[in-house]
Write a protein that binds this ligand. Structure first.
Ligand SMILES: Cc1cc2nc3c(=O)[nH]c(=O)nc-3n(C[C@H](O)[C@H](O)[C@H](O)COP(=O)(O)OP(=O)(O)OC[C@H]3O[C@@H](n4cnc5c(N)ncnc54)[C@H](O)[C@@H]3O)c2cc1C
Length: 400
């Protein structure tokens, strides 16, 4: 059961105060060192409930509704992109656990909420596409799988103790199907390699996972064997909505900074906020923000009602990157040249934003999925009539 509105408002107030009072001041240090002081922050995130926001209450989590959780995703982005990535991936570990046995839930949910376990999804590969194009493969040998393959760009791989590796597994009848296989970081045959730092969201870590004849017990399958795609697609869909919320946080912070700056920066004796050209930048930013806010609250409501949000998730992410592109561009223009330096957070927000294009799929993929949904009859609204179009050929035939 999600928290009631009043308890949530009180909880949010405390948690966000912690973010702005204790995490936001670390921005400069994280940008400079490209390192998040996780040892210091992790216990504080745990104590403010932010490691188990999606974990059910009975397992020690905050059990937030999606609408409530999106507010956290938004606020993390405002505070710092690297912090957002760290917490987004950690909390997202709870998504796949919705599909597993009660026994596995009892093991992992409490550990995630307490921050003792972190379980990133290992999906992306350097040698194949996602979904059925993945190449990682595990053959069966007695009561073990022997896993071979490579994953890359895997977030939180510097400290995660277990990885939910999406791979082909050999079924008892010899066929291969996609499963989610839990691989502990200290397993023989499993190596984690550093990757180069990213252009934004500094301090977040992404690693390369190499599996070389890595023996994993058959009992490490998460959920049902051979049915790994359904939880993965669910996790990707909700995560796409959360990326849109991250974009919204970035955009709202850009607008607040731009309004503040425009009121103070004087040219020819007047604040630039009095110039119509600058006012246009600001109002366009507000317009984009409002459009995304509306799309997100509609989608969050549908998720909380248990509706299928395949279309909405992909459309939200597409709308998010389109609007975020304009808002970060306009924000930068309001600041002029100084915005391109590290003097104001606008430069950090601009760089952090670019990750949203790529996470959980590229725009091309979202368009493909949305188009497939449309052609299969899905809509974001309920139509009350059926279109019946005749082609020119049909019309010509009719006319004889
Ligand atoms: C900072 C960061 C963190 C990440 N964290 C994780 C993580 O924790 N776990 C994880 O599994 N992944 C993670 N990823 C990977 C991310 O999800 C992928 O990078 C993203 O989904 C795009 O896949 P790709 O990199 O394989 O792109 P590619 O598939 O190589 O795409 C390259 C280009 O080709 C196009 N393309 C590819 N296939 C098709 C097609 N069939 N039709 C038309 N066009 C196509 C794409 O649209 C794109 O323009 C992370 C990525 C980043 C940058």
């Amino acid at each position: 059961m999600a928290m009631d509105d009043r308890s949530f408002a009180e909880y949010r107030e405390k948690a966000f105060s912690f973010l702005w009072d204790e995490v936001a001041p670390l921005e400069e240090e994280i940008e400079r060192t490209e390192r998040i002081p996780r040892d210091v922050l992790w216990p504080k995130f745990r104590d403010t409930g932010q490691l188990g926001l999606l974990v059910p209450e009975e397992y020690g989590g905050m059990d937030l509704s999606e609408a409530q959780y999106l507010e956290f995703e938004k606020e993390w982005s405002k505070v710092h992109g690297g912090i957002r990535v760290l917490l987004h991936v950690h909390n997202g570990g709870a998504d796949v656990l919705k599909f597993v046995s009660e026994e596995q839930q009892k093991t992992f949910f409490p550990r995630i909420a307490r921050g003792e376990s972190s379980m990133p999804l290992g999906l992306t590969e350097p040698e194949g596409g996602t979904g059925r194009d993945i190449k990682a493969r595990a053959r069966r040998e007695g009561d073990h799988f022997i896993l071979n393959g490579t994953k890359h760009l895997i977030t939180n791989a510097d400290f995660a103790d277990v990885f939910c590796v999406v791979c082909w597994t050999e079924m008892a009848d010899g066929r291969y199907e996609i499963s989610n296989l839990l691989v502990e970081r200290d397993r023989k045959g499993f190596t984690i390699r550093d990757m180069k730092p990213c252009m934004g969201c500094k301090g977040a870590y992404h690693g390369r996972l190499l599996f070389d004849d890595c023996a994993v017990p058959v009992g490490n399958i998460l959920g049902e064997e051979g049915k790994g795609l359904e939880p993965t697609v669910y996790a990707l869909n909700v995560s796409r909505v959360r990326i849109a919320a991250n974009a919204l946080g970035t955009m709202e912070r850009c607008l607040d900074l731009a309004v503040e700056y425009a009121g103070k920066r004087l040219t020819f004796g007047k604040p630039i906020a009095e110039r119509q050209a600058v006012q246009r930048y600001l109002s366009e930013m507000a317009l984009d923000i409002y459009a995304l806010q509306c799309a997100l609250s509609d989608t969050a409501r549908k998720i909380d009602r248990g509706e299928n949000i395949l279309m909405e998730a992909n459309l939200c992410k597409l709308l998010a990157i389109e609007t975020e592109r304009r808002v970060t561009d306009n924000g930068l223009l309001v600041f002029g040249g100084i915005g391109y330096t590290g003097e104001y957070p606008i430069d950090r927000l601009y760089r952090d934003a670019r990750l949203n294009w790529l996470e959980e799929g590229t725009p091309t993929i979202h368009m493909m999925v949305a188009a497939r949904g449309l052609l299969a009859g899905q809509r974001t609204y309920r139509p009350f009539h059926q279109e019946n179009i005749e082609t020119s050929l049909d019309l010509a035939r009719k006319e004889g």
